[in-house]
Design a protein around this ligand. Structure first.
Ligand code: BJW
Length: 255
């Protein structure tokens, strides 16, 4: 892991209005696989682009449902990592000083919340709640009865919606080709427009429109910092790219 440049330490210390945009890499050290990593077990043959779409759910609801049930079980079984906790501490610290940290995440897990962060926007929804794929009414679904460490559950059909009795339950997430929840996206853009520092953590920066959010900061000359072990689609617009894991870099950034 690269050391944190002195300029970054200064930026972080002086920032008062911070947006943190997180992606799957933020939760990687908790044991949640990223999308561009090989999926485990039954799932190694499938990519997010093949499973996280309305067409995939229509073609094979049991396959897509079971993938989400397994991920939901896995997320419930893991814990927030030091990166999540450092961000929560930074948010509390800024609030104490009359500033703020807006957590904007592409992640559908609840690890930011479980670390104590108040999340402004879940751009891609949440894996823990469900709705009807037809009438859109919320559907209560019991938690999976297995834990996500054991691979792989037998394919299971999604339950039917009790309200319309027609549609199938689906997770409250945003699939490819679907619109992002407008309130979440608007809140994220407003926060970036009011920010004095944007920090981009653990995202490949290729899935739109989330990947364009940092550009709103760039337009205003807001410093942009990336934390990621790899180069990303956003690296070239960054002022600083710190090559390391979020669970190691974030705690050191704020120490
Ligand atoms: C670490 C680490 C460690 C590892 N520490 N880091 C413009 C151009 C081209 C296409 C489009 C466009 N506009 C829209 C599109 C289509 C599409 C899109 O962007 N496609 C791209 C693939 C090009 N976008 C959409 O369809 C969006 N909707 C939309 O635009 O609606 C309007 C519209 C409709 C119709 C036509 C056109 C426009 C919706 C996107 C929804 C994305 N949904 C998913 C699934 C959510 C549910 C679920 O979880 O299953 O969201 S896909 C998946 O990708 C998930 C993620 O949130 C998202 C982003 O992935 P992320 O977080 O960046 O993860 P990875 O795995 O890619 O990267 C991990 C990173 O972590 C890596 O960089 C590692 O190095 C790093 N890392 N360990 C720090 N320890």
């Amino acid at each position: 892991t690269e050391s944190v440049p002195e300029d970054v330490v200064t930026l972080v210390r002086e920032a008062r209005q911070v947006v943190a945009l997180s992606g799957a890499g933020m939760s990687a050290e908790s044991g949640v696989p990223t999308f561009r990593e090989v999926q485990r077990g039954l799932w190694e043959r499938f990519s997010a682009e093949e499973l996280a779409t309305p067409d995939a759910f229509e073609a094979d609801p049991a396959l897509v449902w079971t993938w989400y049930r397994w991920r939901q079980a896995l997320i419930a079984a893991v814990e927030p990592n030091p990166g999540h906790r450092a961000l929560a501490a930074w948010q509390r610290h800024l609030a104490d000083q009359g500033g703020w940290l807006a957590a904007v995440t592409q992640n559908v897990d609840d690890l930011h919340e479980r670390a104590g962060t108040d999340v402004l926007a879940h751009l891609h929804g949440s894996i823990t709640t469900h709705r009807c794929a037809d009438c859109q009414e919320p559907v209560e679904v019991p938690d999976p009865a297995y834990d996500g460490f054991t691979v792989p559950p037998e394919p299971e059909q999604p339950p039917r919606c009790p309200a319309c009795q027609e549609g199938l339950a689906r997770p409250d997430v945003v699939w490819f080709s679907e619109m992002l929840p407008a309130e979440a996206f608007d809140a994220a853009t407003a926060a970036i427009r009011a920010s004095d520092l944007v920090i981009v953590v653990g995202t490949s920066g290729i899935v739109q429109p989330a990947a364009s959010l940092p550009l709103l900061g760039l337009e205003r000359g807001v410093p942009l910092i990336e934390i990621n072990p790899e180069e990303t689609g956003l690296t070239e617009v960054m002022d600083f790219a710190i090559r390391g894991r979020s669970g190691e870099v974030l705690p050191r950034l704020l120490a």
